[in-house]
Design a protein around this ligand. Structure first.
Ligand SMILES: [Mg+2]
Length: 101
């Protein structure tokens, strides 16, 4: 078993929220078969939303519980999009490998 002593104790909650967000995205958009350029734009849009939330923190009233929750939501959305992109690439790799067999 892997040594998980360097992991954040809150990672389980993060993974649970990412999985829930993935289910939400899959319900909303279905299976997304984008090319890498489109995936990059979707992920970039999510990163931009996170940047905006961070900017509001330093330009506004500082970090509030509501702002922190918003930043967590944005980080979860980034991770969920990256997860879907990775899954799509794994699908392509598996298909590619099958064609070589
Ligand atoms: Mg977002």
């Amino acid at each position: 078993m892997a040594d998980n002593t360097m992991m954040y104790p809150t990672e389980e909650e993060a993974r649970t929220r990412i999985e829930k967000e993935r289910e939400f995205q899959a319900d909303k958009w279905g299976m997304q078969m984008h090319d890498n350029g489109t995936w990059s734009m979707i992920l970039g849009e999510e990163v931009g939303e996170m940047s905006e939330a961070c900017l509001r923190e330093i330009q506004g009233n500082g970090l509030t519980p509501g702002m922190l929750e918003h930043q967590i939501d944005e980080a979860v959305q980034i991770a969920a999009v990256a997860t879907a992109w990775a899954a799509r690439l794994i699908m392509k790799r598996n298909h590619f490998n099958q064609e070589l067999e």
